[in-house]
Each structure stands twice: as structure tokens, then as C-alpha cells.
Ligand binder design. Structure first.
Ligand SMILES: Cc1ncc(COP(=O)(O)O)c(C=O)c1O
Length: 403
């Protein structure tokens, strides 16, 4: 069933505005999504009607907030197909979720952590730091020539020494998605755990953590129509119970003496200090909103847009496979002798088209290929095919004039 994009756009106040006198064409969705009024209302509801803390005080405002927070947790866990609400820990973002695993899992000197060669810095630095601090070994699985995952190479690199496979589920560099279910099966056969960086899969496709069978899955609210500063980490209950929290303090314990403490149950033992309550309610509203749209519809619309861009853009070299079906909502281009930042600024100034330029926090991949950066258009379900065609027309015109 095709979605009514024009109707959906009415939910997004920013899409009703003009930027520099022109309609906004927002193609920087892989960085941050726009927010519908349903999410804005949930945020406002917190500040206007509750404005209290959750989980502690026993007055009515606090009690209502605690109930609404746990309802949001249930919505998020259902959205990702988790078995239990308590398997969702609220974090600031994907980065915090990954750092939580890195700093809470019992990894020791000589243990191997495997990543892909296309990791966002958020799923690279935690392992580099652990290599320095604890002596773990970080190994990289190189992609195939077309930048897709090399499952045979991965299987050859697996051994009993590999304790964790920490990989980007959908790449923010080229939109490709790794065969996560197969990866989990192979990893588990070797006794390793799997952590998926879900920053780019959560907003764009149906993710069922139980079907995939990953042990951990980190995501960011701000990329999936939710507020900034809120995200989450899914973990299988038995895995979360084995982690040693690394951020501790208020909310993480049920009792303390001067020398001892009793840890709270999961997930609260990982949610230290007062929380981003407006964000949590907003995230709950965001997943309900996406559920209503339907993630299959989101994916279908993004494929339409990706196809229009892929077919239309001339003279620039696409990163990753040409087939739009393999690249979700991402079209990332090497711009040759043209500075990608200059191109991005021209698109903004001349046509109010917002795209991202640079290394997209995947510096390691650009360094490996001796490249400096690229220009990335990333679409979402509220973008229209007319916008995609307009982008194509504008970028082709600018590039032609510059060459
Ligand atoms: C693939 C990927 N991983 C991790 C992140 C980091 O997300 P956040 O900054 O929300 O923690 C991003 C953000 O762009 C991303 O695209």
C-alpha cells in the first residue's frame, strides 16, 4: 500500500515553512530526522502537564510520569520485537548504547572484537579505547569490492577468541545492510555475542531483534522522528543481567550503606540519575507514529526516492552498489575535483536543499581509500519524488557549471 506523502507532510511543522524564501528540501535524514507534531505534543505534554521526576516521588505527577515512561518503554520494545519491556534501556543515543556495552561487558586482554570496515566513529572508538586500556584486540572485516559485507571473510575470521561482533547494521556511508541474522548465527556458533549499531536501520526498516537474534541493538531517537538526546539499547534479558553497569548513582540501586549497595533490577540499574523524561515520552510517540505509517511503507517510499536520485544524478561517483534496493535511503557521492562542502553550500543557498558533506564520521573508511569526503543525500518517507527530481536537476546543473 502506497502512503499518502502529501498528507503525512502536514504532520511536520518545519515542512510548512520556507527557508530563505523557498520550500525546504530536507535530504539530511541520516544525520537527523524531522519531527511530527505528535512527537512535539508529547514533549510539550511532559513540560506542561507533568514536569516532575519519574520513579522516585510518590505524588500524582511523578506517578503518572512513571506510568507514561513505562508505557513508552513498552511501545519501543514492541516496535523492535523485543520479548520484554525491561530489555530496553533508555540512553542518550546510539553512541551511549555502544559505550554502555563496551564498558559493561567482561572483555579481557586478548579477547577479539570484530567490526566491519565501515563503522561510524561511535562503533570504532570504544573498541580502540578498550584495546589501549584493557588489551583487547580489534579486528576489521573488509567489505567486498562493491562495499557490501563479505560473509565468507567474516566466517574465516571467526574463532573462539572472538568475544564480540560489533557491527553497523545499516551503513550511514552507503546505506547497505549487513546480513545480520546470518552473522548472529555464525557468531553464536563460535560463542561470540553480537552488538548491532542500529542508528540507520531503526528509522528505515522493520527490525525484529528476536528474529535477528542479536544480543544487543543500539539506536537513536533523533534519527527516527524522536527528540534529540534520547535513544536506547536493547539487550537480551540474560545478557543485560550479566553486564556490570558503568554509570552508577541515583536510580541504579535499591539500597546502600557506606560500604555496600544493592543494584536495581534491569533496566533501571543502567539508567543512572534523573532522565530525559520529555525525550522518553517523545520517543514513545515517535515509534507509535512510525508504526502507524508502517515500516514496510517507509522502506518502499525511500526506495522510490533513491531510485529517482540514482537514475538522475550524472557525473558523480556513487559509493556502494548501484542497485537502490541495496542502499535504503542513502545516495552518497564522490565529487571528484569539486569540494563536497562547497557543493552542499551551493545546494542550500540556491535551492534550500539540505544535504550532508564530509566524512560522515566514517573517517577510517575514507582514509583507507585515500579519499577526503563525499556528498550524501539521505531521504525519508516524508520526502516526495518531486523533491528527488528537483535535487537531481539542481545538482546536475551545479556540477555541470563547475566542471
Ligand atoms: C551508523 C551510525 N552509527 C552511529 C551513529 C551515532 O549516532 P548518535 O550520534 O545518535 O549516537 C550514527 C549517526 O549518524 C550513525 O549513522
Amino acid at each position: 500500500m502506497a502512503i499518502n506523502t502529501l498528507k503525512i507532510r502536514e504532520d511536520f511543522p518545519i515542512l510548512q515553512k520556507r527557508i530563505g524564501g523557498k520550500p525546504l528540501v530536507y535530504f539530511d535524514n541520516a544525520c537527523m530526522s524531522l519531527r511530527p507534531k505528535q512527537v512535539l505534543s508529547a514533549i510539550q505534554h511532559y513540560y506542561e502537564d507533568l514536569s516532575a521526576c519519574g520513579g522516585r516521588s510518590s505524588h500524582r505527577l511523578a506517578t503518572q510520569l512513571t506510568e507514561e515512561m513505562e508505557r513508552a518503554r513498552k511501545s519501543v520494545s514492541a516496535f523492535f520485537g523485543a520479548k520484554r519491556a525491561e530489555e530496553i534501556i533508555f540512553t542518550k543515543n546510539t553512541t551511549e548504547g555502544i559505550n554502555l556495552v563496551a564498558n559493561s561487558l567482561a572483555l579481557h586482554k586478548g579477547d577479539v572484537v570484530l567490526t566491519t570496515d565501515k563503522e561510524h566513529n561511535s562503533n570504532l572508538l570504544p573498541w580502540q579505547f578498550l584495546a589501549k586500556r584493557k588489551g583487547i584486540v580489534h579486528e576489521v572485516v573488509d567489505s567486498q569490492k562493491d562495499n557490501t559485507f563479505d560473509i565468507d571473510r567474516f566466517e574465516r575470521m571467526m574463532s573462539k577468541k572472538v568475544k564480540l561482533v560489533a557491527m553497523v547494521h545499516t551503513s550511514n556511508l552507503d546505506g547497505t545492510t549487513i546480513p545480520a541474522r546470518e552473522i548472529c548465527k555464525i557468531a553464536h556458533e563460535h560463542g561470540a555475542l553480537v552488538l548491532l549499531d542500529g542508528a540507520q536501520s531503526a528509522p528505515h526498516k522493520n527490525v525484529d531483534v528476536r528474529k535477528i537474534d542479536c544480543d544487543f541493538y543500539a539506536f537513536s531517537g533523533h534519527k527516527m522522528c524522536g527528540p534529540s538526546g534520547i535513544g536506547g539499547l536493547y539487550g537480551k534479558k540474560e545478557m543485560l543481567e550479566q553486564l556490570q553497569p558503568f554509570l552508577v548513582g541515583g536510580e541504579t540501586v535499591t539500597d546502600t550503606t557506606y560500604t555496600t549497595y544493592e543494584l536495581e533490577e534491569i533496566p533501571h540499574r543502567f539508567e543512572a540519575g534523573l532522565q530525559h523524561y520529555a525525550g522518553i515520552l517523545g520517543l514513545g510517540a515517535a515509534v507509535e507514529y512510525l508504526k502507524k505509517i508502517g515500516m514496510a511503507n517507509v522502506e518502499a517510499q525511500e526506495l522510490l526516492l533513491n531510485s529517482a536520485i540514482t537514475q538522475g544524478v550524472e557525473q558523480l561517483q556513487l559509493i556502494g552498489p548501484v542497485d537502490p534496493k541495496l542502499r535504503g535511503g542513502i545516495c552518497n557521492y564522490l565529487t571528484g575535483s569539486i569540494d563536497p562542502h562547497a557543493l552542499a553550500i551551493m545546494l542550500d543557498q540556491s535551492a534550500s536543499i539540505m544535504v550532508r558533506s564530509g566524512a560522515h564520521c566514517v573517517h577510517s573508511w575514507f582514509n583507507k581509500h585515500h579519499l577526503k569526503g563525499s556528498l550524501r543525500a539521505s531521504v525519508s518517507f516524508y520526502n516526495t519524488v518531486d523533491e528527488a527530481k528537483f535535487f537531481v536537476e539542481q545538482i546536475n546543473k551545479i556540477v555541470k557549471n563547475l566542471k
